[in-house]
Design a protein around this ligand. Structure first.
Ligand code: XIL
Length: 380
C-alpha cells in the first residue's frame, strides 16, 4: 500500500469516526427532561396509584421522562387534613419519597384554595362562620404543619390557588369573606416562616384573559411592593387547540416576568374536545351534562387532530422556551390520557386526549413534537 493510499484510508476512517460521533451527539433526546435540560424542568402531576407503585406503567414513564412531580390531589386540604385534629400523611410522605428517589424537583399543591377544602375549616360547632382570628389560626396551623413537615424536601409550594374571578376582582371565597383581603399575604408569610427556602407560588387559570391577567398583575405587584415573599406565578395552562393564542401566551409570560417573579406553567393539558362551557375556565365545580356531540372521539382520535395537537404543543413549548430565563418549570397535569381529569371535567365520561402519552402509555405525535422543539433549540 502506498503512503498516499494509507493516508487516504486514515482520513476516511477519521471522517467515519466524525460522522459516528456527530450522529451520537445530535441524536434526538428520548426524554422530555433531557430535551429541556438547561432550560426548565418538566413535570407531571401524579396520582395515588402512581405514588404507591400500583401503576407500574405510569411509574416507568414518570421516572424516565420527568424531573419534577406535582401531587394531583394528595396534598389538598381535604386529603391531608380531613378533620380538625387528623392529618393524613401516609400518601404525601410516599409522594415526597417518590420524588426524592428519582432526584426530582418536588412541588406541593396547594395550601389555600376554596375547592377541595372541608367545610369545617370555616365553621364553628353550630355551623356558623368562624371569626377572622380563628380562621387565621387554622390557616397558620395547617401551613405550619404541612409545609413544616416537608421543609427542605418540597422545593415549591402553590400557596394560594385561584383567588381571582374572571373579571380580575378577588373571588368571594370564605377565605376572603372571613379574613379579608390580607388572607393572601398571610398565607405567603406563614408558608415562608415554615420553610424560608421554598419557592412560593400564586397559581391560577385563564391568566391569559385580559381582565383576569390585569387583576393578577395588580395583585402580584401589590404583594411584591409589600414585601410578601411571592416568588412565582403559576399559569395553570388548561388550554385548548385555539385558546390561548401563541401571542397571548407570550405576552402573558412577559407581563408577569416584568414584575420580577418567575413563571411556571403548572398544570398543562390541551383539550381537543369541543368546549363545553361558554367561558374558558378550569373551575373544578363546573358541571355540564353529557351529550354525544361533546364526545366526538370516543372511538379514537383522527390523525388530523393528532397532528393538530402536536403542532399546538410544539407552538406552546416554543413560547415557553423563548422565555427560558423566567420559565422555571412546565408541568403536565397527568401522565397519560387515561389519567387526565379532563375525561370527567366539565362533562363526565368523555374520552379526552390532552396529554403527551396515549391511553396505553405510548408517546403521541405531540410527544415527538415537544421533544423536537427542545432538541432543536439545543443545537442552534
Ligand atoms: C383537579 C384534579 O386533577 C382532579 O383529580 C380533582 O378531582 C379536581 O382537581 N386546578 C387545580 C387542580 O389547581 O388542583 C385541579 O386538579 C384542576 C384545576
Amino acid at each position: 500500500m502506498s503512503t498516499r493510499t494509507r493516508k487516504q484510508l486514515g482520513l476516511a476512517a477519521l471522517a467515519a469516526l466524525i460522522v459516528t460521533l456527530t450522529a451520537a451527539t445530535t441524536q434526538e433526546p428520548t426524554s422530555l427532561k433531557e430535551a429541556y435540560k438547561g432550560a426548565f424542568v418538566v413535570g407531571a402531576a401524579i396520582n395515588a396509584a402512581q405514588i404507591t407503585g400500583q401503576d407500574r406503567r405510569g411509574d416507568a414513564i414518570i421516572g424516565e421522562q420527568f424531573d419534577s412531580i406535582s401531587p394531583e390531589n394528595v396534598l389538598k386540604w381535604e386529603r391531608v387534613h380531613p378533620e380538625p385534629v387528623t392529618y393524613a400523611f401516609d400518601l404525601p410522605d410516599q409522594y415526597v419519597a417518590f420524588g426524592e428517589k428519582h432526584h426530582m424537583f418536588i412541588v406541593g399543591h396547594c395550601l389555600v384554595w376554596h375547592s377541595q377544602v372541608p367545610a369545617w375549616v370555616f365553621r364553628d360547632d353550630k355551623g356558623n362562620f368562624v371569626d377572622r382570628d380563628t380562621l387565621l389560626k387554622r390557616m397558620h396551623d395547617h401551613i405550619q404543619t404541612v409545609v413544616g413537615r416537608y421543609k427542605g424536601r418540597i422545593q415549591s409550594w402553590d400557596v394560594v390557588n385561584e383567588a381571582l374571578n374572571e373579571d380580575g376582582t378577588l373571588r368571594q371565597s370564605p377565605w376572603l369573606k372571613i379574613i379579608g383581603e390580607d388572607y393572601i399575604e398571610k398565607a405567603f408569610q406563614y408558608a415562608h416562616e415554615a420553610d424560608p427556602q421554598a419557592q412560593l407560588t400564586y397559581n391560577d387559570y385563564s391568566l391569559e384573559n385580559e381582565a383576569k391577567r390585569n387583576g393578577a398583575l395588580a395583585l402580584i405587584k401589590k404583594l411584591k411592593a409589600e414585601g410578601v415573599p411571592v416568588t412565582s406565578v403559576g399559569i395553570q395552562g388548561h388550554d385548548g387547540l385555539q385558546w390561548p393564542s401563541v401571542e397571548n401566551e407570550d405576552a402573558t409570560i412577559s407581563a408577569f416576568a416584568k414584575l420580577g417573579v418567575k413563571v411556571v406553567i403548572s398544570e398543562l393539558d390541551i383539550d381537543v374536545l369541543p368546549q363545553a362551557t361558554k367561558q374558558q375556565t378550569a373551575d373544578v365545580s363546573m358541571k355540564v351534562g353529557q351529550d354525544p356531540k361533546l364526545n366526538p372521539y370516543a372511538n379514537g382520535l383522527p390523525q388530523s387532530v393528532q397532528e393538530e395537537l402536536a403542532k399546538r404543543y410544539a407552538d406552546l413549548f416554543g413560547v415557553y422556551l423563548k422565555h427560558r430565563d423566567v420559565v422555571t418549570r412546565v408541568t403536565l397535569w397527568g401522565v397519560t390520557d387515561a389519567d387526565s381529569w379532563r375525561n370527567d371535567w366539565p362533562v363526565k365520561g368523555r374520552t379526552s386526549y390532552p396529554l403527551l402519552f396515549d391511553r396505553s402509555g405510548q408517546p403521541k405525535l405531540a410527544f415527538q413534537a415537544v421533544i423536537r422543539v427542545g432538541a432543536n433549540t439545543k443545537t442552534e
